[in-house]
Every structure is written in C-alpha cells, then in structure tokens.
Design a protein around this ligand. Sequence first.
Ligand code: ZN
Ligand code: ZN
Length: 334
Amino acid sequence: MRAAVIDRPGTVRSAEVPDPTPETGEVVVEVGACGICGTDLHIADGEFPPTPYPIVPGHEFAGSVVALGTGVDTGIAVGDRVAVDPSLFCGYCAPCRAGRGNLCANWGATGDTVDGAFAELVAVPARNCYRMPEDMTWQQGAMVEPVSCAVHGVRRLGVEVGESLLVVGAGPMGLLLTQLLVRSGATVTVVDRNAARLPLAEKLGASRVAGSVAELDGALFDAAADVTGAAPAMEDAFDALHRGGRFLVFGVAPAESRVALSPFRIYNDEITVIGSMAVLHSFGAALDLMASGAVHTDELVSHQLPLNEFPAALDLVREGAGTKVQVLPGLAGD
Ligand SMILES: [Zn+2]
Ligand SMILES: [Zn+2]
C-alpha cells in the first residue's frame, strides 16, 4: 500500500510499504480521510518525544473496515464505516485505573506511537471504532477526533449558562471550542491575529471578534481558553480574567516553553489554571454532536489533498494556510 513515512525527523516521503495485518482484537480500516494537526508537525520535526521512527503518522481519521483479526468481539464487521478513536491506553496503570486514561503512564496513540492513517490502510483495535451515521462523510468522520478533544476541553473547563468566555486562536480547534461553548450558554469572544479567520468565528457563534486582547478595550472574562500555545497570547488572556476566573490551557506549547503568570493574582483573585489533554470518554459524544448537526465542521476543512501530496499538505499546515487540511487516500493524485 501507499503511505506517508517519516523515517527520521525532518524527512517525509510517500512510499510503498507492506499492508498491515490485523492482530488479535484489531481490524484493518481503508482510510477515507485523515486530518493533519499540529502534533503531526511536531512528529515530522522530532518534537513529540513518544514518537518512534520510522512512523506513518495520522490520528484524525475515518474509513471502512476491510479485514478483521481474530477475537474481534465488538460486533464491528467488514464494510462498516467507522470513525476511529486513536487512543491506546494501557488500562492497568494508576491513571487508567482511576478513569483518566488520557494521562496513561504507558500512553500511546495510532499515528503517534504506532503507524497511523496517512496511508491507504491502517490496523486499529476494533474497540476504538465508532460506526458513523450513513450520511456522515469521510471528511466529517475525520473531524470526530478534534471535536472529541474540544468536548474534553469544555468538560474540563466547566461552563455555566451566561458566562463570558474568551477564546484565543481561531484555527480549527478554537472554532470547535467556540461552537461548544456557545452551545453551553456562554457568550464567546474570539481573538486571532489572522484577521482572515475572524468572519468564520462570527458565523459559528462568536459574539465579538478582534485581532488581539489589547483591542478589547479592557474587557474582562469569566474564563479564557488559549488555543495557541504561544506564551504572549496566554499572558494577555490570563490578564483579561475577572477575579475568580478560570484559564484553560488547550493549545500545545513546546515542552520547554514558560509563561509569566502572576502568582499573586492566582492567589488573591482565586484564578484556576486548567489543562486539557486530548480525548477522554468524549469520542462518542463528539460523534453524536456532529451527527445531530450541533457542531459544524465542513466550514473548517479548507484543503483536501491526495496521499502522495502529504509533504505539500504538511507545508500548508506549517504555513498556517487555511484551517483544517485533510488527506484523502481515495483522491487521485499525480
Ligand atoms: Zn491531533
Ligand atoms: Zn495506562
């Protein structure tokens, strides 16, 4: 089969590799669509420590089941159209036993620690497959994983009806968070220094948009979510919180990054700083939200490229062009 292979950091190639064979409890999925996210850039650049090389990346995907291994006990069958939760939790470490598998001490994920879905075929645990409604497209199925990250983020933040929220960053994740926060009853302001992204934020429910926190005339918020991972943006958002405010760190910053937050304010104003890491018990909810039309993702997909153009697709994400870039192995490439 064809696949995008990263042999070592800094190299990406489209290659012919052996088809995967399903192990016990696994199925093979023929990939319909797979989205690129920031983590894929980190994997390509050698900045995501758990990655073994060589690896086929790709963790936001949907496709059809084409083969079953032995011991598949979930009722999944050949021909089923599925969105796949990439999470590979060990199930026996302390966080797993406490119901917090996303913090697994032996954490893994399809496309991050084992071969993923920038390929024609990918082997995954049958238990991670969620059947898609018939009218859901591959493009939408590949958005379930990012939506499930946003669902987890909103659950971590905890939102009350009528709260004022600030979302910093209007990329795909910021726009998914915005939709869920608006649906939860919050009034949402979105800032992004890329002005081209702001009209879509408004269309998807933001009541106010701006290029930066500084342009908000000193407005204060009950909670803020950073989706940039950029220290200056985080510091500005933190300073725009009401006393008693909550600060959600949702964007992925480099591991060595540091931000300047006032410990006096955290103490004196009882500010709560909250992290949100990937997906936890939120994949099914994300699928349901999309199936019911409660969350819109079609507007967020700006580019769809064939598999052999994966290096170019990665460059589009690196340049910040458009919003969500997807790879469709079924598209005819050159
Ligand atoms: Zn991702
Ligand atoms: Zn574990």
